[in-house]
Design a protein around this ligand. Structure first.
Ligand code: KG4
Ligand code: ZN
Length: 325
């Protein structure tokens, strides 16, 4: 009914990345204002609210604690149930904000902190098929942008620069392309780009590097998504083939178009959230709240903020040195 976003980009810009202490203070500064604005815009009266849902993780505890404490206090004061939401689950069901979609479906979640293929069997029920073993895809976009001299957060700018360049100019690595199933790796690309950038002199060469990076990512996702399709099919015999792509990087139009084409080739229904629901937003958290409310899945007011909260709690931790694929 309302979806208010307050961006902190300006606060962090001069530091080239998110500064946790400043992020937490900004949350405190904005929380009253943003809740009031959300309620005003929705036209709903406080006594018509059925429940309060807040993000409890994963992420920076100092930031999460602000919204979480506010949500709990609000629920307590109006004597309504409280629901703790996993931020990643918000991304996972974000297409439901605009269209009905039945479980199960294959999800590619590509954001600033996560890159995973998941078999979504129901609300709260996920099987991870693949994950990044180092950087998340959004992180790879942001780091590449920074190396190319684009202001934070530069990820979305890459696509614009790439449209002016030659994607075949630079040959970039595609780590673990032919091994590790549908697990992903992007850290090697950053290292290669750091080396190339030293010899770059013209704007055209910067555009060419952005275009080569964008193309390499598309090639990695094309190959790995095909592997994820066959793994999903093995786990969901005779079920409809549906593929959801969510998270901030899902707003990249070239990645969208490439995946739509792949879905046509492989007889999958491709489903994307509207662009405004790809990057972090309150509506997707409310959507999880609504689904959990219908199932009466409420939480206690002592629910903790969680820095780490995987959607598939049984999946192995696959980061750092010594990872075996
Ligand atoms: O989901 P999100 O808003 O926040 C997290 O949960 O992390 O994702 C943010 C990430 C950032 O890394 C940002 O650079 C990336 O999504 N992103 C993009 C585009 N728009 C946002 N990456 C590539 N192309 C885009 N058009
Ligand atoms: Zn997110």
């Amino acid at each position: 009914m309302s979806n208010i976003i307050s961006s902190q980009t300006e606060v962090h810009k001069e530091f080239g990345g998110v500064v946790p202490e400043l992020a937490a203070r900004s949350h405190i500064d904005k929380i009253d204002w943003i809740v009031k604005k959300a309620i005003d815009k929705s036209g709903v009266k406080i006594d018509e609210i059925d429940a309060i849902a807040s993000t409890a993780g994963p992420g920076l505890v100092v930031c999460l604690s602000v919204g979480l404490s506010f949500g709990k206090a609000f629920a307590y004061s109006i004597n309504k149930p409280f629901i703790a939401v996993n931020h990643l689950e918000g991304h996972a069901i974000s297409p439901k904000l605009t269209s009905g979609i039945e479980y199960p479906y294959l999800l590619l979640l590509i954001s600033g902190g996560h890159s995973q293929y998941l078999n979504v069997q129901n609300i709260g029920k996920y099987k991870r098929l693949g994950t990044t073993i180092d950087d998340a895809l959004g992180e790879a976009f942001d780091k590449t942008a920074k190396i190319l001299g684009i202001d934070f957060p530069g990820g979305p700018q890459i696509e614009i620069l790439a449209s002016k360049g030659n994607p075949y100019k630079y040959d970039l690595p595609k780590p673990i392309l032919n091994k590790g199933g549908c697990n992903l790796s992007f850290a090697g690309l950053k290292t290669a780009i750091v080396k190339i950038v030293k010899d770059i002199k013209t704007d055209q060469e910067r555009f060419d590097l952005a275009a080569s990076f964008q193309k390499t990512i598309e090639e990695i996702l094309y190959k790995k998504t095909k592997i994820a399709f066959s793994e999903f099919e093995k786990q969901n015999l005779n079920k409809d083939k549906k593929f959801v792509v969510a998270g901030g990087v899902a707003s990249n139009k070239r990645i969208r178009n490439m995946l739509i084409k792949l879905c046509k080739e492989k007889n999958y229904q491709s489903i994307f959230p509207k662009i405004e629901f790809c990057s972090d937003n309150a509506a997707m958290i409310a959507m999880v709240g609504l689904e959990k409310f219908k199932l009466k899945q409420f939480d206690h007011l002592n629910y903790p903020a969680k820095p780490r909260w995987p959607l598939d709690e049984n999946a192995a931790f696959l980061k750092g040195a010594g990872v075996k694929l």
